[in-house]
Design a protein around this ligand. Sequence first.
Ligand code: SF4
Ligand code: SF4
Length: 439
Amino acid sequence: MTKQIVFAIALLITIGVFSYTIGRIIRFFRFTRPAFPLKDWGRRINVMFSVAFGQTKIFRRPVIGMFHALVFWGFCVIIFGSIEMVIDGLSGSERVLQFLGPVYNIIMASGDIFALLVAISIIVFLSRRIFFHIKRFEGIEMKKISHIDANIALTIILLLMVSLLSMNIGYVNYKTVTGGTIVGLYPVSAILAPLFSGGLAENYRLMYEASWWTHILLIFLFANILPYSKHFHVFMSVPNVFLSRLDPLGKLPNMDSITREVKLMLDPNTAFAAAAPDTPVERFGVKDAEDASWKNYFDSLACTECGRCTSVCPANITGKKLSPRKVMMDLRARMKEKGPLMVRNGRDFNDNRSLLRDYISEEELWACTTCNACAKECPININHPTLIVDMRRYLVMEEASAPGELKTVFNNIENNGAPWQYSAEDRLYWAKDLEININ
Ligand code: SF4
Ligand code: SF4
């Protein structure tokens, strides 16, 4: 009974802290703008299964991709064991899901095998980060804290896997020594168990209990660290893929505000109605975090900081300041800074700072070629160009600010209906000496 009470208190604290953190983040979504309509559920489910559960994009780098996929699939399998532990902890039962029979054996065996595979993968990830210089993990946006954050999360996952294996080994040895029936299959732990043989039954019971508590408390701790870490993608990546933008990558979304303006100009009655003094004037494009769409913000929360986008960005590769990973990290950081202030003081609160310039410079924005390589490469379907283009739209439409070459193009389009400096009537002059009739 004492165990159940302690467990229930630990679970309540975990759920309480987690709900508070998530509630805080959800409140920030209130300030964001609408994105595309959510439809095409069939296609979304398809994308979720191929990109998220199938990990198809991660395999573009086959070796390290395989390790990453093993961790993801391992989490998907091990979670069943964790659910069982929570039910056992609350009800005082032991291995409550054993009524599933052969299915239970498969779940336990898969969890046991994946615990080892995930542990090996995490050791590879940690060694890579600590002992090797991986260019993808470098960049001005990758501060020391980003590396510490990654290493802490990886270490917790490693401890989770070690405690799971140790729990299974303790259980197998305890049942072997006491002559009890082993419920479930534990292929890896059964091989490792003899390494720890020769002990007393009580010691194995203690090993099992200590590992059980270590494992479950680490899960509770991890769940509450994640929202403050880049490893928040453990929760966010699958929904982010499900909510992917389904339009072709090169297609830029129309601006509803501009469409509305044009309609107002074409329909004087609507224009008159819209001229009412209480009609809010909407900012064109994105200047600050609250101008971004909810999907942009969702993307920023889901970003794993893996740097795959930046590693294929032609602007970054050729030495420009732009890093698509930084764009996502900046939006997340800016919302973290301004979100609480807007919660207290309202959406119009101005702290004399903005995403544009205080976080992302004009130089970075104009370096983007909108090639979409970043969006194509991102393993969780984050779309950077839509945000970059919306920030450029703000610069052009609200501040008339653009590089000189572009301003010439804009003027030409306005005056000549074409990007060149010649009037439309002169457009066929290039053919005047040819033996064709241009009239
Ligand atoms: S769309 Fe822009 S940010 Fe993305 S890869 Fe191309 S140049 Fe880089
Ligand atoms: S945006 Fe995607 S590819 Fe880029 S760092 Fe984040 S998760 Fe990785």
